[in-house]
Design a protein. Sequence first.
Length: 95
Amino acid sequence: MENIANILEMSNTLYVTLSIICLALIVVASIFVIIVVMMQQSNSDGISALSGSSETFYGKNKNKTIESKLKRLTVVSIIVIGVLCVLYFIIGLLK
């Protein structure tokens, strides 16, 4: 009987520990997303959007710029947040 109580206590401790770690990672990733989004420039081109698209050297090499790296970081961070939220939900179901 005492062994079962010890196992249940350890599983409860493990649940609480995993929940706290998961929530802490979600908070850190959320703050990272906020910072990365604030660092990005706006996408509005104003009147220049009416003139049509013209190929420039900058346009061809846009994937190498800082803006594209920040957009990729944003997408990856949001995916990480989504995965962590699903993991947190699964941990809650297993308790």
